[in-house]
Ligand binder design. Structure first.
Ligand code: SAH
Length: 221
């Protein structure tokens, strides 16, 4: 272990990150429950070893293969929009480091499950390893084209797309439960984050501008 920071050091960095999010992003966009979940997830175990000391700063960090772990505030905002209740079945597209899945796992609890699909096999292994090191047993990471969803465990209460899509992939709305919610960034270099609600009709609410890596696949770029 080449770590120069102690566990107590990471704990206090994490507490400072939570305070920062509470003060600077604000409670309209981030719920107290989500802040607690962020406060429980050891984010330094979801970046490469050399980047651990930066893990509690509010910006994205490279995880290799041209991909990034999203900034904490964006994870917090998306998780708040998802309004996750204990026991829910959640699908994430784009596991990356596994961090966002870990925050969702905190929110759905032991009775719920998070399924996460990752296109790049090396990152699927990275996410699995990180989640296992951090002690999460209710997250299942698989490799494949997430634009097709994961029909074998559908329907889902919530779907989170962690990469930018040209449009909403139809398999994802098909695999969303009635009464379910999905968050997805749509657009080119800069995207709009949308919250989708599936009831008798599918409604789309624009949340704000975001920048994600592209969703690559059959119903992606
Ligand atoms: N949620 C991640 C960050 C995701 S970055 C975290 O918390 O660290 C977006 C990820 O989506 C990348 O790892 C990229 O490889 C993946 N991706 C892109 N297109 C995909 C697809 N069609 N299916 C599954 N994963 C995809």
């Amino acid at each position: 272990m080449t770590d120069t920071v102690t566990d107590a050091g990471y704990d206090s960095m994490r507490a400072r990150l939570v305070d920062y999010l509470r003060l600077h992003v604000g409670m309209e966009q981030i719920s107290e429950r989500v802040l607690q979940a962020i406060g429980n997830v050891p984010r330094h175990l979801f970046v490469r070893e050399r980047d651990r000391e930066f893990a509690y700063n509010d910006y994205p960090i490279s995880i290799g293969h041209g991909q990034t772990i999203s900034a904490p505030h964006i994870v917090a905002i998306m998780c708040t929009l998802m309004d996750v209740k204990a026991g829910m079945r959640i699908l994430e597209i784009g596991a990356g480091s596994g961090y966002h899945a870990a925050v969702l796992a905190e929110l759905t609890g032991e009775r719920g499950t998070v399924y996460s699909v990752e296109r790049i096999p090396e990152l699927m292994k990275f996410a699995q390893q990180n989640l296992s090191n951090a002690g999460y047993r209710n997250v299942v990471v698989t490799t494949g084209d997430g634009t097709l969803g994961l029909p074998e465990h559908a329907p889902y209460d919530r779907i989170v797309v962690a990469c930018a899509a040209p449009a909403i992939p139809e398999p994802l709305t098909d695999q969303l439960k009635h009464g379910g919610r999905m968050t997805i960034p749509i657009g080119g270099r800069v995207q709009e984050l949308y919250m989708i609600r599936k009831n008798e009709v599918i409604s789309k609410e624009k949340i704000g501008a975001v920048v994600f890596v592209p969703l690559i696949g059959k119903y992606g770029f």
